[in-house]
Each structure stands twice: as C-alpha cells, then as structure tokens.
Design a protein around this ligand. Structure first.
Ligand code: DC
Length: 223
C-alpha cells in the first residue's frame, strides 16, 4: 500500500510521514531528499542549474541510497554516489539550488522512475509534491498537508535550531518558504497542487499528533 503525503515546504510532511510509517509498520520515502541530493551533486560538479540535459544525465547516472539501521524501516542517512550528504543537503545553499533542479523535466523523469521502483517494492509512506498526482496516482491514501506560511516558517526555524543546520533567521526562512511555494506551484512540470481525490489537511494550530492519527485512520479504512 502507498500512503502519499504531498504539500508545501515546512508543512510538517517529514515528521508526519515518519510517525505514520512507524505506526503502520511501513517504510518511508522522502522524495525531496532525492531532489536535494541531485542539487548537491550538481553544485559539487559545477553543473549549470538551468542545463536540463546535463542535470537529467546526472540524475540518470547518480546512485541515490537511503541507509537504514538494522530493523528500522526509517532511513537514517542519505548517500549519493557513496557520499554521505545527510546534513549537506539541508543547507540554505541547497534550499535555493533545489528549486531549479526540481523544475528540470529530465531530472523529474529520472527521479519519478526511481521513486516508482522503490515504492512498488513494499508498503510505503511517500512524501513530496507530486506523489498523489504523478508518482503514485493510484495510491490508496492521498493527503495534501498544509499550514500557513508563518506557522511553517516558525516550525522550520525550530527544526533548524534542533538540527544545528540551515538558517535560524525567521524573516529569511519565511521569505524562502514564500519563494519556494511560488516556484513549486507555478513551474511547468508537475506543479505543486492537491490531487482531486486528496484529503486536504491544514495543520495550522493543530497538534501534529492529530494529523498523524487522522492519516493512520485513513490508511486503516483503505486496507
Ligand atoms: O520537501 P523538501 O523541501 O525537502 O523538497 C526539496 C525541493 O524539492 C522542494 O523545493 C520541492 C522539490 N520537490 C519536488 O519538486 N517534488 C517532490 N516530489 C519532492 C520535492
């Protein structure tokens, strides 16, 4: 079974997806981390971020792997071509670089195929922007998770403080969230939008636990 969780940056998708996967005993796939890993490699190799063809070749050839600890279906580390980029893909530089990289149609084509291969191998909670619309339109449960930009910026700052990486300046984080929402929603290929049959959940002012239990209920109803 696939549980698809889409929505804008900072809506709490990662936290919710991990908790839902743990509760249901599913694996978890963070597709944003895949786009970030390609953006990191493109920057490391000096590839122009508007070169669709070169970025597509990179995405076809690069090996992205999620490393697990024994018995844990939730990945701990992200590797690209054997290099551990778990922290390196969360910097402000990659926050900026990932927008043009994820808008490149050749990159999306390569990564969507990989995501479909991974997800079809088992029970997965998959989080991203186009999971319910493009990657797994047949998903048993589709959720579009959102929250106000201000709430998302507060959450992202708290997360960055906890992790010790990324910006902790609220105004900078809010500006980046608004910029990425606009970019993700208006790009030509797979723009961010809810699937027509998605459950739209707004987490503004709600405890994340309430969202998690609503999604687990939907998954139980679908099984
Ligand atoms: O979820 P995130 O912030 O880590 O995602 C990083 C970027 O990748 C974000 O700017 C949108 C893009 N993305 C996408 O276009 N499609 C996905 N399925 C996942 C992420």
């Amino acid at each position: 079974m696939i549980v698809a969780i889409d929505g804008p940056s900072g809506a709490g998708k990662s936290t919710v997806a991990k908790a839902v996967a743990r509760t249901l005993g599913f694996s978890c796939l963070d597709t944003g981390a895949m786009y970030r890993a390609i953006a990191w490699l493109a920057c490391a190799q000096g590839i122009s971020l508007d070169d669709n063809e070169a970025l597509g070749e990179l995405a076809q050839r690069a090996q992205i792997a999620f490393e697990h600890e024994a018995g844990d279906p939730l990945p701990r580390r992200v590797l690209i071509d054997g290099q551990d980029v778990t922290e390196a893909i969360r910097t402000a530089e990659i926050d900026r670089a990932v927008s043009p990289v994820s808008a490149a149609p050749a990159v999306r084509e390569a990564l969507v195929a990989q995501q479909q291969r991974i997800g079809r191998a088992g029970n997965y909670v998959v989080e991203g922007r186009d999971i319910g619309t493009v990657v797994f339109p047949e998903a048993a449960v589709k959720v579009f998770l959102t929250a106000s930009p201000e709430e998302r910026a507060h959450r992202r700052v708290r997360q960055n403080v906890d992790r010790g990486i990324g910006s902790i300046d609220y105004d900078e984080v809010l500006a980046d969230i608004i910029r990425r929402d606009d970019y993700d929603s208006h790009r030509a290929t797979s723009p961010l939008k809810p699937a027509s049959d998605a459950h739209e959940l707004d987490s503004t002012g709600l405890y994340i636990e309430q969202i998690i239990s609503q999604i687990c209920d939907l998954a139980h109803q679908a099984s």
